[in-house]
Design a protein around this ligand. Structure first.
Ligand code: HEM
Length: 155
């Protein structure tokens, strides 16, 4: 029930694990949730996420120069990191297009947090402390100097 609700709530051209997908040829992009993709994790039905794009690599498993095993280990999940770690050639990247079936649903994409991180160290006070501390130091030294000079004159 909860699962159905979740699937229904995402109003896309998505499929369930049992349905057959059709590659998006007409510019009508299909979106899949991670949950849906996870169901495609076996040799007769293997999908991968690479850079937020979804690939049906079932037919490619046996052809993969790096072996079927490594692909099956990643099937149903996000293989971006493993794919990049291997340092695949441009040819390999072009091959991906053949297996493209859609996009990872927006809600399931990892945000690139790095760009949005504001470095808030304990320096909230930095705006004023950067000038206040030197200013106080200068004032103190000034007073000491004047005091020293007055002492010298009077003696
Ligand atoms: C659909 C996705 C993938 C495609 C189209 C693909 C394609 C290829 C191709 C064409 C090669 C030959 C070397 C090259 O041209 O770079 C290769 C090698 C390899 N791939 Fe993939 N690959 C895919 C996914 C993956 C993933 C997810 C992994 C890791 C889990 C992986 C691991 C490897 C390894 C270990 C090699 C052997 C590298 C070597 O011998 O130097 N591949 N792949």
């Amino acid at each position: 029930m909860g699962e159905e609700m979740e699937n229904n709530s995402i109003n896309t051209n998505s499929t369930t694990g049992d349905e057959k997908h059709q590659p998006a040829e007409d510019g009508d992009v299909k979106y899949y949730t991670r949950k849906q993709i996870q169901a495609h994790n076996m040799s007769k039905d293997a999908w991968l996420i690479i850079h937020d794009k979804v690939y049906d690599i079932t037919c490619f498993l046996e052809e993969h120069p790096g072996g079927e095993e490594v692909l099956l280990e990643q099937a149903g999940s996000d293989a971006t990191e493993s794919f990049e770690d291997v340092g695949h050639s441009t040819d390999a990247r072009e091959m991906l297009e053949q297996y493209y079936i859609g996009e990872l649903h927006e809600d399931d994409r990892k945000r690139d947090c790095k760009k949005e991180v504001y470095i808030t160290t304990s320096k909230e006070s930095s705006s004023w402390s950067t000038w206040l501390i030197p200013a106080v130091a200068v004032a103190v030294v000034g007073f000491m100097y004047r005091y020293y000079m007055l002492e010298h004159k009077s003696s």
